[in-house]
Design a protein around this ligand. Structure first.
Ligand SMILES: NC(=O)c1ccc[n+]([C@@H]2O[C@H](COP(=O)([O-])OP(=O)(O)OC[C@H]3O[C@@H](n4cnc5c(N)ncnc54)[C@H](OP(=O)(O)O)[C@@H]3O)[C@@H](O)[C@H]2O)c1
Length: 239
């Protein structure tokens, strides 16, 4: 599928995987609406992408864990961009600790961001996709959504739930020509990985955010009639 002049919303585009996806899509000529809580990273990226690739890039600050903020951001970005073709649900948070040790507020925050944020964004964008009978939604899940590990109860629960929601929604909308995909990367070299102590193994051989962006492009470029349901992204880096 030709991506030039398509319009995409990307959450968590200020850094890490979301930023790499924004750059990859801008290079393909996709106009962007980019979302994060802080504006500084988004403004820098907006400047970089409009200058380098001549695409339209609009910014909205929102905490995806708060439905009213999501709705306002989607309304504002849609009014600037016009009809949305692609939604990348990427923003997410991680914190690890045993189930007993983690504060309930922190546990809830992970669910509220990773699961409810993905749901709020999808619910806000989906009516437009349905009315045009086309579009792609890509949810950045994780290998933590496929297998649990000690200290990952909140993060794993959130990502297992994202995978369940993705598959159910996929079944609801595929006959309306809307493609819903979950990508499940293992550890990627980002601030999230470093800050949570996930970064292990040989740094040169770690998966990079650009690698995940590459698979997003592959997914979006498939002919309209097919889509990737779930794709694991692993590394040859021995960990
Ligand atoms: N890194 C890994 O090893 C790895 C592996 C598998 C899956 N993933 C998933 O990939 C996604 C991106 O992770 P990353 O490693 O790129 O993270 P990152 O480097 O920490 O970047 C996260 C981005 O999301 C934004 N964000 C965080 N919470 C938000 C919220 N509540 N509302 C709006 N924006 C928010 C951040 O900006 P602000 O702070 O300004 O809001 C930032 O732009 C996450 O869903 C993560 O679970 C990561």
């Amino acid at each position: 599928m030709e991506l030039r002049n398509k319009k995409a919303l990307i959450t968590g585009a200020g850094k890490g995987i979301g930023k790499a996806i924004a750059i990859a899509l801008a290079k393909e000529g996709v106009h962007l609406g980019i979302i994060a809580r802080s504006s500084a990273d988004l403004e820098t990226l907006q400047e970089e992408l409009t200058t380098a690739y001549g695409v339209d890039v609009f910014i909205a600050t929102a905490d995806i864990a708060i439905q009213t903020e999501v709705d306002e951001a989607v309304t504002a970005l849609s009014s600037r961009l016009g009809s949305i073709d692609i939604l990348i649900n990427n923003a997410g948070t991680a914190q690890f600790g045993t189930l007993i040790d983690m504060e309930p507020a922190h546990w809830e925050r992970i669910i509220q961001t990773n699961l409810m944020g993905t749901y709020y964004m999808t619910r806000a964008v989906l009516p437009a996709l349905l009315s045009q009978s086309s579009g792609s939604i890509i949810n950045i899940a994780s290998t933590a959504g496929e297998r649990g590990f000690a200290t990952g109860s909140a993060y794993c629960a959130s990502k297992f739930a994202v995978l369940g929601m993705t598959e159910a929604l996929m079944q609801e909308v595929r006959k309306s020509n809307i493609r819903v995909t979950a990508l499940t990367p293992s550890t990627v070299n980002t601030e999230l990985a470093v800050n949570t102590g996930l970064k292990i193994g040989d740094e040169d051989r770690m998966m990079q955010p650009e690698d995940v962006a590459e698979l997003v492009l592959v997914t979006l470029k498939l002919p309209d009639r097919v889509f990737i349901k779930t794709a694991g992204i692993w590394t040859t880096n021995p960990q």
